[in-house]
Write a new protein. Structure first.
Length: 256
């Protein structure tokens, strides 16, 4: 199965956008066309279980992404990942390093991370709501948790819609179709030698600032950017500023 996706632009370099775990490919609307106008071929996709991509078999997200790039005839891409999408990008870079030319990690997750007290509390509340069948409450919990103070009503409405869609796709899926662990550890990340932008928001949960510390230390070619205005989803909170950040990083990377 090929992941649902959109393509814009026809530049010589490809940029792949991987969404967060509360979103789908629609989260990149503020960057998708801006990156194409900057001279890139841009691909945004729905990972399996999100947006228009169903859960129809056991899967490893990084391998699904590799298959999409192969389907599109893309040898190498700069991969931009938000939160969970950042973790998938890291796993792709470890499992299929020849496909990745650069990484831009926005409030990224990380393999084998042990969550802290605040993140565990959020997960327990979400589990209780889902177990009780209150999907609306679980959606609102995610909207309130993951969007920072710069997010306006349109961003909140979009996250509400995308998170509800993820629940609707994932919750009915058979257990045997669950994701298969990619087998990547934090120690493996030291072998990722491509340029890596590590961006994190001052208003994000402490876990993700700790993850940014780890990525900055472990990735050999990491460049850290702290966003004093951002929560967990800068691409939705300040779309134009996030687009400029990505265009600048990709331009500088191409000139090295």
């Amino acid at each position: 199965m090929t992941l649902s996706h959109d393509v814009a632009g026809n530049g010589p370099s490809t940029v792949l956008l991987l969404h967060s775990g509360v979103c789908d490919r629609r989260m990149w609307e503020g960057q998708f066309h801006a990156l194409a106008e900057a001279g890139h071929r841009v691909v945004r996709c729905d990972l399996r279980g999100f947006g228009d991509t169903p859960v129809d078999a056991p899967h490893t997200h990084a391998d699904d992404v590799r298959d999409l790039l192969d389907h599109l005839g893309v040898e190498r891409a700069a991969v931009v990942g938000s939160s969970f999408g950042g973790e998938v990008a890291l796993e792709l870079a470890v499992r299929h390093p020849g496909h990745v030319s650069a990484l831009a990690l926005l409030a990224s997750g990380i393999p084998d991370f042990e969550p802290g007290e605040e993140l565990r509390a959020w997960g327990a509340r979400e589990d209780d709501m889902l177990d009780g069948g209150d999907l609306d409450a679980a959606v609102e919990l995610n909207v309130d948790t993951w969007l920072g103070p710069e997010a306006g009503p349109e961003a909140r409405a979009l996250v509400r819609e995308m998170q509800r869609r993820a629940f609707d796709v994932q919750l009915p899926a058979p257990e045997e179709f669950a994701p298969v662990d990619a087998g990547v550890t934090t120690d493996d990340l030291a072998g990722i030698e491509v340029p890596a932008l590590v961006a994190v928001g001052a208003h994000d949960l402490p876990d993700f600032r700790a993850i940014a510390d780890t990525l900055t230390r472990v990735l050999p070619a990491a460049h850290r950017v702290d966003l004093d205005w951002a929560g967990h989803l800068p691409a939705l909170e300040r779309p134009e500023e996030t687009a400029r950040l990505l265009v600048t990083f990709l331009t500088e990377t191409a000139s090295r």
